[in-house]
Design a protein around this ligand. Structure first.
Ligand code: KG4
Ligand code: ZN
Length: 345
């Protein structure tokens, strides 16, 4: 089985082809960074127009790279939400047009399910697992019990982790995109030179909060000379350490609940753009080890948005017969624990 996947929900235009032998036959990603950088963030209208300009070419390149023609595919998947709706429309309409013209199954993929299942493509792990999903728009802990079967343990009550990284980068004058910039700055700094809070640490429920951390960081940043590169690095390192400790604390509680409910000690899976952060990955790997749990995270390039994750989620759904009608309406908001995702899976 071979599936083409399209991703256009944010600022990456991507097309990829995967097969049921867990091979990535091609994976083309075009970042729109340069187009959004002057505005310090993603501009939805610019993103949608750029997807429209580039998607057809990326699909052609993905087919070339895989050495395939459209009629060799078994299905076409596209991110159908959640995300910036203009971009989502571009991907969904393109996929529907190809599906209609070639009489192929169309798969409306939830972007978060793409992140959630990537590790089954890269590491081939079985259900169930505990998922920490950390991206630009989300921060959630979920028990993943099957395709479309998610039970949410907790989520952020305010900002997402990636958002916190992006805002931190802005306040420290580190530019855009924020996550990688903060990680680079933190590498040259020392946590503990500044003091930032660890919101929710030690609390019994499994939610997250990052707005207090952001406010505390803003206060420290305001009295800082941003020309002082060492001080900026030290504050970035303290921020990253605070995030690592909070995530580890929440994950420890979630692993306990997961073991109680499933009789299994894990494994822990970390996914989403923020999971490409090496300091956070190693902190979470240690946390899993301390709980006697296995640890899996996709390679960094498959943590940030890409087409392979959408193709793979589409392929898993196609294998279960979860094909979508051509009048499927894109969804700007679409939580992972939505019961319609499982349908009759
Ligand atoms: O999953 P993703 O590519 O897009 C969404 O679905 O949101 O995640 C993007 C987020 C951004 O907030 C970005 O700053 C963050 O992931 N990110 C990172 C790193 N690389 C990307 N955060 C921390 N460290 C990184 N190395
Ligand atoms: Zn994403």
């Amino acid at each position: 089985m071979i599936v083409l996947g399209l991703e256009t929900s944010c600022d990456e235009t991507a097309a990829a082809i995967v097969d049921d032998g867990r091979r990535i036959l091609s994976n083309r990603v075009l970042s729109q960074l340069a187009e959004h950088r002057p505005y310090g963030g993603v501009v939805p209208e610019i993103a949608a127009r750029s997807h429209l300009d580039h998607l057809d070419r990326l699909i052609a390149e993905a087919l070339d790279e895989a050495g395939m023609r459209l009629d060799e595919l078994d299905g076409i998947a596209a991110t159908a939400g959640p995300g910036l709706i203009g971009g989502v429309f571009v991907g969904v309409l393109t996929a529907k047009a190809i599906a209609a013209a070639r009489r192929l199954p169309f798969l409306a993929v939830n972007h978060l399910e793409g992140h959630a299942l990537t590790v089954r493509l890269t590491d081939g792990i079985a259900f169930p697992y505990l998922l920490l999903l950390i991206s630009g728009g989300h921060c959630q802990l979920l028990a993943v019990e099957g395709v479309g079967k998610y039970r949410r343990y907790g989520s952020t009550i305010d900002d997402a982790v990636g958002e916190a990284f992006d805002k931190t980068a802005k306040m420290l004058g580190l530019g855009y995109p924020g996550g990688p910039a903060v990680e680079r700055a933190a590498a040259g700094g020392k946590a503990g030179c500044f003091t930032l809070p660890r919101p929710m640490k030690g609390r019994p429920e499994l939610d997250f909060s990052f707005s207090g951390l952001k406010t505390a960081l803003r206060q420290q940043a305001e009295s800082l000379n941003l020309e002082d590169a060492q001080a900026v690095s030290d504050l970035a390192a303290e921020f990253q350490q605070a995030v690592a400790e909070v995530l580890s604390d929440r994950v420890t509680g979630a692993l306990r609940r997961f073991a109680r409910e499933t009789g299994q000690p894990g494994p822990l899976v970390v996914a989403g753009g923020v999971a490409s952060n090496l300091t956070l990955r190693s902190a979470l790997e240690e946390t899993a080890a301390a709980a006697g749990s296995g640890f899996h995270a996709p390679p960094p390039a498959l943590c940030t948005d890409n087409g392979a994750m959408i193709a793979w989620a589409g392929l898993e759904r196609l294998q279960l017969g979860l094909v979508d009608p051509l009048d499927f309406a894109p969804r700007p908001r679409w939580p992972l624990d939505d019961p319609t995702l499982a349908r009759d899976a």
